[in-house]
Design a binder for this molecule. Structure first.
Ligand code: ATP
Ligand code: MG
Length: 504
């Protein structure tokens, strides 16, 4: 009897203590179902969209579906263990994650918890994962190049700081490799990188971590990882977490590069959540607001104006296509949201042309304005030569008798294509790209067999650096090249071929 009374007193005491928290019936609700990280709550009336909910037992959820009777929410925990009957409370807060310098070199989950087995992340800065994009007047024009270190991109599909450039292609076409190479190329360039892995295999993320570390790129990089084994809500949140982390740096005047690998899996995660929330589905069973979800995310990348510190977020979202179909729902959406796309093709990849960029289908709508004068002077012709080469190739397939001019043009195109091949983890500087392209556009390698092109160019660059270090340094600072500079390159390549190559 006494113990029961004691229990009741205890219970009343607890209720009184928790009374402050739940000030009215409207701020607490009961969980009526829990499915794959998506919960339904009844009796919760005063709740905002995107609000953080506290669930008895120390768990959290994010309110997504606001209906009169039932509130749909996604669980913010790695284990989806809430029980029907648990109580959910509103908190009046938006979900936030740690941000700032302590995150550099770390691997975190979408909730900001470390995954790399290192110490707890200690930071004074937290940022809401949802934030409005910078307003039009807060933005400046994209006017500074962001070099990827990939010759074909930096010359023909230039990317500027604050731009959103889509990387699109079938599976296993080198999409991730392109993004990782770009991160590695930011070494010593004062650009902070955020790599967001969405729904990938844990082993892939581990591999990327190892590669970044091996190339000294981890010190300035944050990895936000949600693996395929994690719940759809966590995969859905990952890009917002990554963007919040990037924003903290951008609003402090820094340049940031963010990679979303990939948004196709993000769309699938969002579709799963929507289906569990019983929302009506549209084309390809994706919910109607998937376009809004992606545009809202990518609009947060920007180049800020000087009065806001001039920082930037450059975004490289990745989209995986099926059998090269860029007209499917998600690819067309993201193509229309971004400022251009780099289109990778299995056919090229399998033919050994790597990176497998289809230059004809790839564009950069704003990066040209950011290109430096030196690169501008040499890249226009290269694009023309390549387009001409592709045309000639089709012509040559008919087996027609080719005149010598056509043959020459075909050979030059083949050498150019060979020169644009690039192995992984071997970024080329802007200066070296310009020197190489001057050699290629004037066809100074005429007569050299295609399979020797890369070897000759590599040898020549080493030789050129040893003889013309001041010239290279001058180009690096002025970012320009004049007629005289072109002459120097011509003189050096001819001399190199005469003295060092014994092909003839
Ligand atoms: P997935 O669809 O599985 O995500 P992906 O399109 O991201 O694939 P990657 O994983 O980047 O492609 O690359 C596929 C394979 O091709 C990898 O084994 C990678 O090492 C290789 N690869 C990528 N780029 C190059 C390159 N430039 N030169 C040589 N090999 C490359
Ligand atoms: Mg990949």
């Amino acid at each position: 009897m006494e113990t029961e009374l004691g229990f009741i007193t205890q219970h009343i005491k607890e209720e009184v203590e928790s009374f402050e928290y739940a000030t009215s019936v409207n701020t607490a609700g009961r969980i009526v179902s829990s499915n794959d990280g998506v919960i339904m709550i009844e009796g919760l009336a005063e709740v905002k969209n995107g609000e953080l909910l506290y669930i008895s037992g120390g768990k959290y959820a994010l309110a997504l579906n606001l209906e009169e009777e039932l509130i749909g929410a996604i669980l913010l925990s790695t284990s989806a263990d809430v029980a029907v009957g648990d109580i959910a409370y509103t908190t009046g807060k938006i979900v936030s994650v740690p941000a700032g310098k302590p995150l550099l070199g770390r691997v975190i989950n979408p909730l900001g918890a470390p995954l790399d087995g290192k110490s707890e992340i200690k930071t004074r800065y937290y940022r809401n994962i949802e934030a409005p994009a910078p307003a039009i007047l807060d933005r400046a024009k994209v006017n500074t190049p962001l070099y990827t270190g990939i010759k074909a991109i930096d010359s023909m599909i230039p990317i500027g700081k604050g731009q959103r450039e889509l990387i699109i292609g079938d599976r296993q076409t080198g999409k991730t490799a392109l993004a990782i190479d770009t991160i590695i190329n930011q070494k010593d360039k004062d650009v902070i990188c955020v790599y967001v892995a969405i729904g990938q295999k844990s082993s892939s993320v581990t591999k990327i971590l190892g590669e970044l570390e091996a190339h000294g790129a981890l010190d300035y990089t944050v990895i936000v990882s949600s693996t395929a084994g994690q719940s759809a809500p966590l995969q859905y949140l990952a890009p917002y977490t990554g963007t919040a982390i990037a924003e903290e740096f951008m609003y402090n005047g820094r340049d940031v590069l963010i990679v979303y690998d990939d948004l196709s899996k993000h769309a699938v995660a969002y579709r799963t959540i929507s289906l569990l929330l019983k929302r009506p589905s549209g084309r390809e069973a994706y919910p109607g607001d998937i376009f809004y979800i992606h545009s809202k995310l990518l609009e947060r990348s920007a180049k800020l104006c000087e009065s806001l510190g001039g920082g930037s977020i450059t975004a490289l979202p990745i989209i995986e296509t099926l059998a090269g179909d860029i007209s499917a729902y998600i690819p067309t959406n993201v193509i229309s949201i971004t400022d251009g796309q780099i289109y990778l093709e299995s056919e090229l990849f399998n033919a050994g042309i790597r990176p497998a960029i289809n230059v004809g289908l790839s564009v950069s709508r704003v990066g040209g304005a950011a290109q430096c004068p030196a690169m501008k002077k040499v890249s226009g012709k290269i694009r023309l030569h390549l387009a001409h080469y592709r045309e000639m190739q089709i012509f040559a397939r008919f087996g027609a008798d080719l005149d010598s001019a056509t043959k020459e043009s075909l050979e030059m195109g083949a050498r150019l294509t060979e020169n644009l091949k690039q192995a992984e983890f071997s970024p080329v500087s802007m200066e070296d790209t310009v020197v190489e392209l001057v050699v290629m556009q004037n066809d100074y390698l005429k007569g050299i067999p295609t399979n020797k092109v890369r070897e000759v160019i590599t040898g020549f660059l080493t030789y050129f650096h040893s003889r013309e270090a001041a010239f290279i340094e001058n180009m690096r600072t002025t970012k320009d090249i004049d007629e005289e500079g072109m002459k120097i390159i011509e003189y050096r390549i001819k001399r190199y071929i005469d003295r060092h190559l014994h092909l003839k």
